[in-house]
Design a protein around this ligand. Structure first.
Ligand SMILES: Cc1cc2nc3c(=O)[nH]c(=O)nc-3n(C[C@H](O)[C@H](O)[C@H](O)COP(=O)(O)OP(=O)(O)OC[C@H]3O[C@@H](n4cnc5c(N)ncnc54)[C@H](O)[C@@H]3O)c2cc1C
Length: 391
């Protein structure tokens, strides 16, 4: 990032937050970036890269110190997600899932015993976790899920299939939602903490055209017994558990998108000021400059909205669903469009294996799905704006 762009990005950060950015960026560029292409080429899960987060406290910045985390303010958490995602989608995804979705849900809704059992190993990086939400019949309409949990003495038996599950083959904890009564729709949905080694769980490949190093999986639950003490929140209270995780989940994904958008700018600027055509740098052509301007505008627009959401959370605003939808939508679309522009600036090389930008396009597109699709966020924003929905 050059000086002018750095000034905008850092302008209203505190000295500590700027320091967080500098140290995470230095770490990410040295310890993660040089290895990502190799993991992707070999479709190898980046366990060794994820392990590097642990000693620096980057794996659990939203888990309080009493549980072994490295608790920081929400803006700093966003900056950690942003800077790691600037170099790698998968390692950043581990941070999101650990803190926003799984760890955050246990912190907010877990019993003391659940917190003591699961948070310290998550915070110390001894286990990873997966969120098992999406089903073959759909991920957006979770109220219509087909997975069931039927009552048994002392617990529940889960049956169903989840798809697109990140980190599943490497996780030591599954956060699973299933319905205790399908006729009750979303009021039957219940959240469970499930040991992936439980009898009845099988994990299969879910092959993707992108993010092969994430090893996305489908997870089958064939009558998996889960004891009562592993119900997270109330029976039938899975939607409130999910709902309270959403703001922070969307915030972390939006932060990751800002990181990817920035990466596209950095790569495009380098190329534009190096490549020549018609006797001049291509960055001197107005049509290339227009793309650069659009990329910077998208990124800074998104970054402003994302940082403001972080500040709202730091100020103690419990639910900020409209702001979270704005941040997620603006940032994920910025990442996709920036990848397209960055590829165009690279010409044909944008699609060659020698350059990173081509890989970033599908990885950016993938960020438009998790934590709510663009269509869902447009619907939510419009409903908030029209007064059809509460905060
Ligand atoms: C790389 C990657 C990693 C993922 N990791 C995980 C994970 O770890 N855990 C997990 O549970 N899931 C994960 N997912 C799944 C992701 O959450 C879902 O893809 C997402 O929720 C959308 O669900 P779907 O793909 O089934 O699309 P559908 O829900 O079937 O939607 C299809 C299309 O219809 C649109 N649509 C649906 N409802 C409406 C509506 N009311 N109005 C307008 N349009 C609508 C959608 O926006 C979309 O464009 C991952 C996905 C990807 C790509």
């Amino acid at each position: 990032m050059n000086e002018a762009l750095q000034r905008i990005a850092d302008f209203d950060l505190s000295e500590e937050q700027r320091l967080v950015r500098r140290s995470v960026r230095e770490f990410a560029e040295k310890e993660i970036a040089p290895f990502v292409e190799e993991y992707e080429r070999e479709a190898r899960y980046p366990t060794e890269l994820i392990e590097k987060l642990v000693p620096l406290g980057f794996i659990a910045p939203m888990i309080p110190e009493e549980f072994g985390g490295s608790f920081v303010d929400v803006v700093s958490y966003g900056i950690i997600c942003e800077e790691i995602a600037r170099v790698d989608w998968v390692v950043a995804s581990v941070i999101s899932v650990t803190n926003s979705l799984v760890g955050g849900s246990i912190l907010r809704h877990g019993s003391e015993a659940q917190k003591q059992r699961w948070l310290p190993p998550l915070a110390r990086g001894e286990i990873l976790s997966s969120a098992c939400l999406t089903e073959p019949s759909g991920g957006t309409d979770l109220g219509n899920m087909r997975s069931t949990a039927s009552r048994e003495a002392g617990g529940w038996r889960i049956r169903g299939t989840k798809v697109f599950i990140s980190h599943a083959a490497h996780a030591g904890l599954f956060f699973v939602v299933a319905s205790v009564d399908l006729s009750k729709k979303h009021k039957g949905v219940t959240a469970f903490l499930v040991d992936p080694a439980s009898e009845g769980i099988s994990i299969g490949d879910f092959p993707m055209r992108t993010l092969k190093r994430d090893k996305l999986a489908e997870v089958h639950f064939d009558g998996v017994f889960v004891p009562d003490e592993n119900v997270l929140g109330e029976v039938g209270g899975g939607f409130p558990v999910l709902g309270s995780a959403l703001d922070m989940g969307r915030y972390s994904v939006a932060s990751r998108c800002v990181g990817q958008s920035q990466r596209c700018i950095d790569l495009a600027l380098g190329y534009a000021m190096e490549r020549e055509a018609f006797g001049q740098k291509i960055g001197e052509f107005q049509m290339i400059q227009q793309k650069v301007a659009d990329m910077v505008c998208r990124t800074e627009g998104a970054r402003g909205v994302v940082y403001r959401l972080g500040r709202m959370k730091d100020a103690g605003v419990e639910r900020a669903s409209m702001e979270a939808s704005l941040a997620k939508l603006m940032a994920s679309e910025a990442a996709t469009y920036n990848a397209l522009d960055a590829i165009q600036i690279h010409g044909g090389y944008g699609l060659s294996e020698e350059y990173e930008v081509g890989r970033l396009l599908l990885e950016a597109k993938a960020l438009e799905f998790g934590e709510g699709t663009s269509e869902l966020h447009r619907k939510l924003i419009a409903e908030h704006a029209l007064g059809l929905r509460g905060r």
